[in-house]
Design a binder for this molecule. Structure first.
Ligand SMILES: [Mn+2]
Length: 291
């Protein structure tokens, strides 16, 4: 091997492309074609990777050094024009990963990419989502696969009762009505309140496994300004972390982090995303050690 090969990087990949023995597969989807307000989430995957490589990898809460874990990074899906084709691509790629028994982390991109991914989650998988929005519109700006509609599609393909929604605060009257059928809804005002984490854990206990979707706008814009549709009055980074740590003991089949828009960021959004990615990777590792 030459020095050039040895000392240069294909960065910002966070792992090798090798599949053998890996704890988690990372996949980027740089798609923001249905973004309704401020585009830029297409730059999310690589910005989150850069931040991930620069936050402390040792989780003192979970006692796991993520730097020592074998991660596989597939890079990014090719950018395509529309939500239909993107959804098809995501569905195919994540199906392959699930069939090969790979747990994965998908980096967005906008929230519409979650539909194709969650579609492949096994039966009896809970869907836990952190988001300012419910994304329960039937159609938005001419598309039923817009990021404002993805959760409506998921609840049609599965059951609304599998959803635990944390951080919701900006939705239409119809969406608030539809959200009443969720298994659990935690508004930001109640997220730190007495019993909320207990309710969250009781919800999780009804399921065999969980898929976690973090829309970074679930956080307050003070903590995460780098996003396409910011909404004041959100979660703190610490509150969201508490919910992530409450997932300990539940099998995480896959997770995604979406709606990070680096052009609007000052660094806090991508580092929050990277911290969540690190702690979730640690949880996936802890779970994989169980017999
Ligand atoms: Mn959102």
């Amino acid at each position: 091997m030459s020095y050039a090969e040895c000392f240069s990087a294909f960065g910002p990949l966070v792992g090798s492309r090798e599949e053998r023995g890996n704890v988690l597969t990372v996949l980027g989807v740089p798609f923001d074609g249905t973004t309704s307000y401020r585009p830029g989430a297409r730059f999310g995957p690589n910005a989150i990777r850069e931040a991930f490589l620069n936050v402390e990898a040792y989780s003192n809460v979970l006692k796991v050094d993520v730097e020592k874990l074998k991660l596989r990074d597939l890079g990014n899906l090719s950018r395509v024009s529309g939500p239909d084709e993107t959804t098809r691509m995501v569905t195919k790629v994540t199906k392959e990963l699930v069939q090969r028994g790979q747990r994965y982390c998908m980096l967005g991109g906008e929230h519409s990419i979650t539909l194709g991914s969650f579609r492949n989650a096994p039966e009896n998988t809970a869907f836990v989502v952190f988001d300012a929005h419910f994304d329960l519109r039937d159609e938005w700006e001419g598309s039923r696969l817009s990021h404002a509609c993805y959760l409506r599609r998921i609840t049609e393909e599965r059951e609304p009762s599998i959803v635990a929604h944390v951080g919701g605060r900006a939705a239409t009257e119809e969406e608030w009505r539809l959200a009443r059928k969720f298994g659990l809804t935690v508004k930001p005002l109640d997220a730190d309140g007495h019993g909320s984490l207990g309710r969250f854990k009781r919800f999780l206990s009804k399921f065999k496994r969980v898929y976690v979707s973090i829309d970074i706008d679930g956080l307050d814009p003070a903590f995460a300004p780098g996003t396409g549709t910011p909404e004041p009055g959100g979660l703190t980074t610490l509150t969201l972390l508490k919910y992530i740590y409450a997932l300990k003991g539940t099998e995480i089949t896959a997770f995604d982090i979406v709606e990070v828009s680096p052009p609007y960021d000052n660094g806090s959004t991508t580092t929050a995303a990277a911290r969540f990615m690190n702690e979730l990777a640690a949880l996936v590792y802890l779970q994989s050690k169980k017999p």
